[in-house]
Write a protein that binds this ligand. Structure first.
Ligand SMILES: CC(C)(COP(=O)(O)OP(=O)(O)OC[C@H]1O[C@@H](n2cnc3c(N)ncnc32)[C@H](O)[C@@H]1OP(=O)(O)O)[C@@H](O)C(=O)NCCC(=O)NCCS
Length: 144
């Protein structure tokens, strides 16, 4: 499955993956942030060119903050998030980023395992960071 940079034409399908994956999904309009100068996204496309998984990152100077990663439920456990995170880290290094950080729900064992597999470690906690449902966030960081 090919990995491409997220473009405007992908946002509708990515918003649908968001809606299937999160209690408070990003809308198609909110996802436009990924098209700007201070962010980028990568997507895995199916054979018809439709995104089935994506990852987004915001950049501030030499730091990247992963906004979200999500795989369509029909395509989970096929290695797509692995592929996206590997590609994202490669691009982040090329862009001169030194660190990647993210927040993750402390009950999200799948995502935490994914990030740990790629070298992220827990460096902090934000109490009641999330609503719907209310939950603490773990802050994870990876040095590139
Ligand atoms: C977390 C998520 C993105 C993983 O996507 P995926 O494409 O299924 O992940 P992959 O198949 O590439 O798996 C990569 C690694 O992630 C971890 N992982 C993925 N799903 C897992 C699960 N259900 N349980 C435990 N570990 C899991 C494993 O470490 C796995 O490596 P392994 O196969 O060698 O064990 C997916 O479950 C998802 O979209 N969840 C809902 C959205 C979400 O919670 N996003 C994270 C927000 S911070």
């Amino acid at each position: 499955m090919s990995v491409v940079t997220v473009g405007r034409e992908h946002l509708h399908a990515i918003a649908a993956i968001e809606a299937l994956s999160f209690g408070e999904p990003w809308s198609e309009q909110a996802l436009e942030l990924l098209l700007g100068d201070t962010a980028f996204g990568l997507a895995c496309l199916d054979e018809e060119g439709v995104p089935v998984a994506y990852i987004g990152v915001l950049t501030v100077l030499d730091e990247g903050q992963i906004t979200n990663v999500a795989t369509h439920p029909d395509f989970r456990r096929c290695g797509l998030a692995d592929k996206l995170l590997t590609a994202l880290m490669e691009q982040a290094r090329k862009k001169g980023l030194w660190t990647l950080t993210l927040e993750v729900r402390e009950s999200n064992t799948a995502a935490i395992a994914l990030y740990q597999k790629h070298g992220f470690a827990v460096v902090g906690k934000r109490n009641y960071f999330y609503s719907n449902p209310r939950e603490h966030a773990l802050v994870m960081l990876c040095s590139l």
